[in-house]
Design a protein around this ligand. Sequence first.
Ligand code: SAH
Length: 342
Amino acid sequence: MEQNQKTNLFGMTEQELRQLASDLGEKPFRGRQLYDWIYGKKASSLDEMGNLPGKFRENLAKDYTVFTGDIERKQTDPSDGTIKYLTRLADGEHVESVLMSYEHGNSLCVSTQVGCNMGCTFCASGLGGKVRDLTAGEIAGQIVSAEKDSGRKVSNIVLMGMGEPLDNFDEVMDFIRIANEDLGIGQRHITLSTCGLVPGIERLADKNLQINLAVSLHSPFQEERARIMPVARAYPIPQLIAACDDYFNRTGRRVTYEYTLIDGVNDRPEDAAELKKLLGGKPHHINLIPLNPVTETNHKRSNNVNLFAAELKKHHLNSTIRRKNGGNIDAACGQLRRNSMR
Ligand code: SAH
C-alpha cells in the first residue's frame, strides 16, 4: 500500500486509538501508549515506538501510518529567525506555515485550506480558488512538523495562513480540540482569523470557547470593503459588527479587528473617523497590518501606517501595528506556494 493510502494515526483521538488497539487484539492501554507516542513524544514512525510489541507494530504498519506532512521548502529570515515552511501533504497538495519567535514564545501561523474561495483582492491565497479543505490532523500536523524541524516549542497558534477557517468549520473545531487537549496549547493561546462569515461567527459563539477571534475588517465603508472583500456583499458591515458584539457578550473575549493598510484604499483620515463610528466606545482592538504586496495584484503598501495609527489614537481607538515578521521571505499567505507552483 502507498503511504497516502494508509490511514493516518495522527489526528485520531485517544478513544479512537484505544478502540483500534482492541480491534487489533491488543489491550486498550496499548492505544494509550500509541497516543503518548504520537502526541507526547511526537514520533514520526511506528518504528520509534519501542515499548509497543513488535507484532502490534507490524499489524499497524499494514494499514496505518503516522504522517504530519513533508517539509518540502523552507525559508528563514536571518533578521528575526522567522521560518516559513512549504509542506507537502499525502495527496501532493501543498500548504504554508510560518513560525515566528517572540519574547513570550513561539507563534505558528497555520493554513486551514489549500487555496481559498473568499477572493480578497489583495491576498495571494485566493488567486486560484479553493482546492480542498484540510483535515484537523493536517492542520495539527503543521505544529508537529514545525516543532520537530526547528527544535522550538510552539506556544501560540494563529489560524491566519492559507484558507478561511470558518469555511472549514468542523475540521477547524476538531483541530482546536487536538491543539488544546492533545498538544497542550491553551485555548487563550489560539487565535482564529476570519474574513467575516457571520453564520460561522455565530456557530463559534455557540461553542463558547476561550480562543481569540480576529476579524478582517480592512475598511469601515461597505462599498469599499465589498470591492476588496467580496464576502462583504453577503455579510454587510452592520451585520458583521453585530455578530462580533454578540461574540463578545457571550464569550467575554474581546474581538480583534485586522486592518491591512492599502495605499489610497483604506488609509485616509476619513477611514479612521468612520472606524470610530463603528467601534468607538465598545471593547475592541485594531491590528494594523502593513500590506505585503502580491505580484498578481496592483495594491500598494500604504505610506501612512504611523500616521493612521496616530489618527486612530486621536479618536480613542486602540491599535497596534503588527511587527513585520519575515519581511525578507515570501511571508504573505499563499505567496510561497504560488511561487513554487510556477
Ligand atoms: N481567511 C482568514 C485568514 C486570512 S490571513 C481571514 O480572512 O481573516 C490573515 C490576515 O492577513 C487577514 O486579515 C488577511 O486579510 C490578511 N492578508 C491577506 N493577504 C495579505 C497581504 N498580502 N498583506 C497583508 N495582509 C494580508
